[in-house]
Design a protein around this ligand. Structure first.
Ligand SMILES: [Cu+2]
Length: 267
């Protein structure tokens, strides 16, 4: 029902609910706009100066406007308590269990997205601020920690399997950024000092979306949605949604590649 809004195509399981909400807000706001606009035009004509050279100090006697205002407040309360808060609670409160999800750490910095996977052991390796090297180790991952051996890190590349709950643990190294993927109907600020979890289930692979849009170069894009400094507009990441098998293959290759180069940093 929300095609008329021209939103980006949907690619997550929960996105339809968000679109419905956006659709209803627009419908109610349209009614309000037409109502108040009409009332304004009516007043301009009805109380024009030529008919009312002197102001009427008694004012309106009827209660119609009070009833209308109460009506508007009731509709707004329904929007808020009936739609917005339950939807927000479902998105924020009811996280899927970690065992059935893929947990990814995404750490924003000026001006890039650092992605960190726990690897096959599902345990994130230790990170230490002292080990941070902007070029070679932007997350300060301690490869000598056994849990870190199979960890995978990427820059601006988020690979995800389709139809699996994804939990993104969002952090920031410097200022406030915002993780926004329009097709996923996901947007969350990354705040320095906080780890904020968000979750979603991507249900359209990049390949499917390319065919659907007839654009062989289409990429899901992580757009930083908070003005975070001079390079803000260049702060783009890319999301690649793949089938479970393709994703596993990519992950295996990365684990191999990165654990080997960590074992021999001069290779
Ligand atoms: Cu940013």
């Amino acid at each position: 029902m929300t095609e008329w809004l021209g939103l980006p195509p949907l690619a997550t399981a929960h996105g339809g609910q968000i679109d419905n909400m956006i659709g209803w807000v627009h419908v109610f706001m349209l009614i309000l706009f037409v109502g108040w606009g009409g009332f304004f035009a009516y007043c301009l004509v009805r109380f024009r100066r030529s008919r009312h050279p002197v102001a009427n100090y008694a004012g309106v006697k009827s209660h119609t406007s009070s009833y209308l205002e109460v009506g508007v407040a009731v509709v707004e309360a329904i929007l808020l308590f009936g739609f917005a808060i339950p939807l927000w609670a479902a998105r924020v409160d009811r996280m899927p269990s970690e065992s059935e999800s893929l947990v990814v750490r995404v750490t924003a910095e000026q001006f890039a997205w650092n992605v960190h996977y726990a690897g096959p052991d599902a345990k994130f390796g230790r990170t230490d601020i002292k080990l941070i090297d902007v070029q070679s180790n932007p997350l300060g991952l301690d490869r000598s920690d056994p849990a870190a051996k199979d960890d995978v890190t990427t820059l601006n590349q988020l690979y995800l399997p389709v139809n699996k709950p994804i939990i993104v643990r969002l952090r920031s190294k410097d200022v406030i950024h915002s993780f926004g993927v329009p097709e996923f109907r996901v947007k969350q600020d990354a705040i320095p000092g906080l780890t904020i979890p968000i979750w979603f289930v991507p249900n359209v692979t990049t390949a499917e979306m390319r065919t659907r849009k007839g654009n062989a170069e289409f990429q899901y894009e992580i757009a930083c949605a908070q003005l975070c400094g001079l390079g803000h507009s260049a702060m783009r990441g890319f999301v690649t949604v793949q089938s479970a098998e393709e994703f596993q293959k990519w992950m295996d290759e990365k684990v191999k590649e990165q654990s080997e180069s960590a074992a021999d940093p001069f290779k």
